[in-house]
Write a protein that binds this ligand. Sequence first.
Ligand code: PLP
Length: 389
Amino acid sequence: MTHSAFHPTARTLMGPGPSDVNPRILEAMSRPTIGHLDPQFVGMMEEVKAMLQYAFQTENALTLPVSAPGSAGMETCFANLVEPGDKVVVCRNGVFGMRMTENVERRGGEAVVIDDAWGEAVDPDKLETTLKAHPDAKIVAFVHAETSTGVRSDAKTLVEIAHRHDCLAIVDAVTSLGGTELRVDDWGIDAIYSGTQKCLSCVPGLSPVSFGERAVDKIKSRDAKVQSWFLDLNLVMGYWGGGATRAYHHTAPINALYALHEALLLLEEEGLENAWRRHDLNHQALKAGLEAMGIRFVVDEAHRLPQLNAVWIPEGHDDAAIRSRLLNEFNLEIGAGLGDFAGKVWRIGLMGYASNPKNVISCLAALEAVGLKSAESAIAAAQAIYDNP
Ligand SMILES: *Cc1c(COP(=O)(O)O)cnc(C)c1O
């Protein structure tokens, strides 16, 4: 025998995802695998859809988890909604906006890109001006919570502008779902995708999506077939759509869906708005601690994501050396900077189950232990927030 069982060290995951998985979710995953058309399983699928509607705050019937990670949710939205020749305005202020552009072009669409600087929110005025200049645009796409920079954009306003110019809005909510205020129906979002491994604290590998009526109409009235067989919602709905005629499309990731069911149950038990409040409180405490250490945030206060704290690495500290000490000595993972932010920025996640006082305090203590000294006590500063929330 050359190989043996794989037993990873338990880590505390405070990066850009995956986040710590609640033990209840891991336990749910280990339950017996049953058939993907077993009536018991089908009953569970209906509950998953209903709980996803709650998480997204929508009554959209077409709400389901795609059997693949967040990137596949992105592909699902673009593959189904973009037809060859469609003009799509992509608001780009980080890595994930760049991927949206790729998606449009690979579907044969024409991408009109609006750039905002990394660390800044999408500018609604620029969207307005661009849509005036491109009256034939059909879709607007943007990232609600840009995980590469820690920025939240004003989804409600951006969707309003898109609608005023007769465009559908595709929204990336991979990092916002369950962590930050998100209201699909109130805000009129036409198509949205998320992921399970960020603020839902579930295992990676599933992508909840939801489509409103106008998006469904566009999908049904397409001239060309959706170019991806696997992601074609017209076919996927034969399995997820419900009713007695449910038929095989692909083998659902059965146990991963048990995990999602449990994650959504945890969210329902806590209450969505309580989950948003918890993410905010732990962010406030971490911020107080980091600022006591003299660490500065990349994003201005009005546009910060509570679940993804992007901070400048203080002068004189070695990015890679510190992150590897945190990992090796404290089993703590924080995120590195991407692209222009590589080596300059840390991304400290407080997502889902990982967003708790124990993680905030132990992260601050670990940063001090590896050399980030502070004049006043970072831990006392964080604790003061919990004492007087
Ligand atoms: C993580 C992430 C994705 C991609 O999700 P995967 O599950 O890694 O495929 C897309 N968009 C945003 C904003 C993300 O943070």
